[in-house]
Design a protein around this ligand. Structure first.
Ligand code: 5GP
Length: 192
């Protein structure tokens, strides 16, 4: 059976990265898609692990060559998912998680109707703002932009298959694992 494609979205600061990392550690056979971005690296980010950091010119070349499954323009930067790795991982029967924004999430659902979409919700807006401010690598201007966009993104959660509240990372991870298990069982019944 082909692997399951999971889209994980949620506002900036909700903890998508932390939840993804904890999930990858607990879920055998799950891979993380590495996106391309025109954003400069933050301290500690590693080329090819966090992102592929590319110029705007390179990003638009990839787009013109139809090498991006989806893409988005947020916070003055471009982000996209390379197609090649997606096909490769799923065809090998492994599951793949895309940690992407809502614009991209909707594009993936259109192209891959079998993808499961999960929206990660903060326990409260106050907690989200607190988490955004704690991320010292972003400027106050950036934080404000992200806060503004977060409210819009949250409205898009109704378009997602599932909402998971990230109150505690372990809880969020268990819920995503449960969703993945249910999806695999559902697909097995269809494959009989
Ligand atoms: P950050 O700059 O904080 O790493 O990411 C900003 C936003 O871009 C986050 O919501 C993140 O999920 C999203 N993002 C990262 N990679 C991609 C991608 O390949 N496609 C889309 N559509 N969004 C992405």
């Amino acid at each position: 059976m082909k692997g399951v494609l999971i889209v994980l979205s949620g506002p900036s600061g909700v903890g998508k990265g932390t939840v993804c990392q904890a999930l990858l550690n607990k879920q055998p056979g799950l891979k993380l898609s590495v996106s391309v971005t025109t954003r400069p690296p933050r301290t500690g980010e590693v080329e090819g692990v966090s992102y592929y950091f590319v110029s705007k010119k390179k990003f638009f070349e990839l787009l013109a060559q139809d090498k991006l499954l989806e893409w988005a323009h947020t916070y003055d930067f471009f982000y996209g998912t390379p197609c090649e790795a997606v096909e490769h991982v799923l065809n090998q029967g492994e599951d793949l998680i895309l940690e992407i924004d809502v614009q991209g999430g909707m594009q993936v659902k259109q192209r891959f109707s079998s993808a499961i979409t999960i929206f990660l919700y903060p326990p409260s807006m106050e907690e989200l703002l607190h988490r955004l401010k704690k991320r010292a690598s972003d400027s106050p201007e950036d934080i404000q932009k992200r806060q503004h966009w977060a409210a819009k993104e949250m409205q898009m959660s109704t378009q997602y298959d599932y909402v998971v509240v990230n109150d505690l990372v372990e809880n969020a991870v268990s819920k995503i694992q449960a969703i993945l298990t249910a999806e695999k069982c559902r697909r097995m019944s269809k494959a009989q």
